[in-house]
Design a protein around this ligand. Structure first.
Ligand code: DP6
Length: 340
């Protein structure tokens, strides 16, 4: 990518920066890769507001690359190793191998809630890294494309978190995400996360992507995802919430159908996920209110609805769905990351 040219040869100096970056929920799912962190189909997400990571990075010149990561003040060797592996893979920036990284990070939401902490945490780290590249090089342009590019290499869905509102990836470019057009009505969109189970998932998303390589239905899935992407993009522009909702649910169920029908079949759905889906469908039929759900790679449901129905939907959640859930996290569309 030509915008990375100014960063290839730099001399490290001491630097410190802190960024907040939100999680995002995919409306059209990224599921399957072709090559290293290249999506097999376009995806589109809504950036969240309240669920974010705040990450501070200290960069210190050193003879060798080293990473020390603290999550909520506790040293985490597993995450340090993951970041170190990622930094070693950035071979276009050889000077990064002469830095010692101290990373202090925290999330506003608990682990295992169906809210992607890898999207917020890794985009927050990539934003700090981008800040450092721009500081050392004096570069002024393409800050967010650079941050999106570096986020993608850490975790695909993280590349969409560097922008607010609605964000696409794999449509205009496979390498960076782009802001998507949307109708002003969708500024009011809410996302209430029903935490059905907080257990660590048995199969990671990265392994799930891998299973798509030998999946009997993968080609059909990529055609469906592309069609859903185009259809959702146009409903997002026209303000057609009913159509957005239809695609949301189709995408959620298709994602989980891919897991159920993969060469090594598995499911991340729990009985209470299905019970809640049945209740949402019955509620919608009865009240005609625009309440829709989506799912990430996990058992927890994201309920998507406009602010105009918030009171009725909160009542429905607390009266009828709460017995199926461990907790509920109320979030909404957000504006994207910020430097602290
Ligand atoms: C179901 O971005 O976590 O959330 O690129 O291997 O880190 P890696 O995968 P990841 O996959 C996310 C899958 C998803 C759908 C989505 O966010 O589009």
């Amino acid at each position: 990518m030509s915008f990375l040219a100014p960063f290839r040869q730099l001399t490290p100096t001491q630097f410190e920066t802190t960024w907040r970056s939100p999680s995002n929920i995919a409306f059209v799912k990224y599921w399957g890769k072709k090559g290293h962190q290249i999506p097999a189909n376009p995806s589109l997400s809504m950036t969240l507001k309240e669920c974010f990571s705040e990450t501070k990075v200290n960069f210190t010149p050193s003879d060798t690359l080293s990473v020390e990561l603290y999550l909520e003040g506790v040293k985490e060797d597993k995450f340090s190793q993951k970041i170190e592996k990622y930094l070693r893979s950035l071979v276009d920036f050889p000077w990064l191998q002469n830095i010692s990284f101290k990373i202090q990070t925290k999330n506003t939401f608990p682990h295992g809630t169906g809210i992607a902490s890898s999207a917020s945490g890794l985009s927050a780290f990539a934003l700090c890294l981008t800040d450092y590249l721009f500081h050392l090089s004096g570069e002024k342009n393409n800050f967010y494309p650079t941050a999106s590019y570096l986020s993608r290499l850490a975790s695909g869905s993280a590349c969409r978190s560097v922008y607010g509102n609605f964000v696409s990836w794999g449509d205009k470019s496979d390498f960076v995400a782009d802001p998507a057009e949307f109708h002003p009505d969708f500024l009011q969109l809410k996302d209430s996360v029903l935490v059905v189970s907080g257990e660590e998932k048995k199969i990671s998303s990265t392994s799930g992507h891998g299973l798509m390589l030998e999946h009997y239905f993968s080609e059909a899935r990529y055609i469906q995802a592309k069609k859903n992407f185009e259809s959702l993009s146009s409903s997002l522009k026209s303000g057609d919430l009913e159509h957005v909702g239809k695609i949301l649910e189709c995408e959620a169920l298709s994602l989980h159908a891919m897991m159920l029908t993969s060469p090594n079949p598995y499911t991340l759905l729990r009985p209470n996920t299905l019970a809640a889906i049945e209740m949402i469908w019955a509620f919608r039929l009865e009240t005609k209110l625009p309440l829709y759900f989506t799912l990430d790679a996990g058992p927890n449901l994201h309920l998507i609805y406009p602010e105009s129905c918030q009171n009725k939907i909160h009542t429905f959640i607390s009266h009828e769905l709460s017995s199926l859930t461990q907790r509920v996290i109320h979030d909404e569309r957000g504006e994207g990351p910020s430097r602290c």
